[in-house]
Ligand binder design. Structure first.
Ligand code: SF4
Length: 76
């Protein structure tokens, strides 16, 4: 199974709407004080929750990199 090596706010196409859905799904990793931020020292081994949060983001602004690929690996 692939390892999550980076999670970030990717506003290349859309802006975070600050809806809070990602934090509701995976509060260990995501925080939405204004726009989403990834918590310092977040546990990226929570792969399933991170993917669920990214898939649940209404505007597709959560980027996930696997295995240090150097690019966004998840679909929007
Ligand atoms: S789910 Fe997406 S739009 Fe909503 S706060 Fe998180 S990153 Fe922003």
């Amino acid at each position: 199974m692939s390892t999550v090596t980076k999670v970030w706010l990717d506003e290349t196409e859309n802006e975070c709407t600050m809806c809070g859905a990602c934090e509701a799904t995976c509060p260990e990793v995501f925080e939405v004080p204004e726009k989403m931020i990834v918590k310092n020292g977040a546990d990226f081994s929570l792969t399933q929750q991170i993917v669920e949060a990214a898939e649940g983001c209404p505007v597709g602004t959560i980027g996930i990199e696997y295995d240090n690929s150097g690019k966004r690996d998840n679909p929007a």
